[in-house]
Design a protein around this ligand. Sequence first.
Ligand code: GDP
Length: 333
Amino acid sequence: MNQRFNAEKYREGILKRDRVMLAKAITLVESSLPSDQQIASDLINYLLPYTGNSVRIGITGVPGVGKSTFIEAFGKHVIAQGKRVAILTIDPSSQVTRGSILGDKTRMEELVRDRNAFIRPSSSGEKLGGVANNTRESILLCEAAGFDIIIVETVGVGQSETSVKNMVDFFLLLMLAGAGDELQGIKKGIVEMADALVITKADGDNERKASEAMAEYQQALHFGMQKSSDWSTKVLKCSALTNQGIDSVWQTILNYTEKTKTSGYFSTNREQQNIAWMADQFQFLLSNDFKKFETIQKLNTSLKEQVARLKLSPATAAIKLLNAYHEAIKSLK
Ligand code: GDP
């Protein structure tokens, strides 16, 4: 079992920018042991005053689009501007899949060795709500440890994009040229969520296709909805091999932060995200608590059957469940 410290010791290490301690603290927040959860929650509360001073960037795109190659090139570029970069990866699929995606190939080889970078896959295999909470807490820990750029990368495709969008300031969607959205498994809503679309691999024979794809997306987005951030989605292209266009992505993010900080959106968005996080976490805790009672699980199964066969109305069944839950809680006292 991993060694545990008290919250003060983790705090001291993190504020001294001790990366080993940061890694241990992330393991702590990911733990489901009640004793660890207590230390983790004390630690996060201690560190709150030291958090927030970063730009949080979400990066998504289908496997093979070039996420890890992009992050390596982008990370190095940003470090060269004097920044420290933390990369947290989320994979909502099973432990086995994560192992094969992250394990079979060496991702971000150079960044791994750079002392101004910190790379960490989020523990998965759990419910999405749990992973999202862990990643949000990991963001705060990285900020307290002095990282000014936090990249949250989704390794899987599908459900996790919305949850990542809700924990970052800027959401970047990487796209392949010449493959339709459907081919790339990208739903329309995700394109609309993005603050920038970046066409990857714009080099060699692919460069012309990348420019065509850029023009198409620019046109399509022209008719899109106005965002509450008042920022119109930018379409860019880059090559992580030649580094062409990497600086434009960085400049776009700088423009975005400047503009949204001036308008006040940057901070109100974070406030809203914190409130939504609390609501999510409450739902998560509640449904976990609910599942603890075996009698309720049995009742749940039988009510589902009755509802399916139109023996009972869904609304009545829901009230029965809630009443049974209240009774179960009372019986604990
Ligand atoms: P991920 O699965 O989204 O993380 O994608 P990877 O970063 O692993 O890249 C998938 C493949 O695309 C690899 O073979 C990379 O070498 C290649 N690739 C990534 N970026 C570029 C690029 O900018 N130009 C070219 N030509 N190939 C690239």
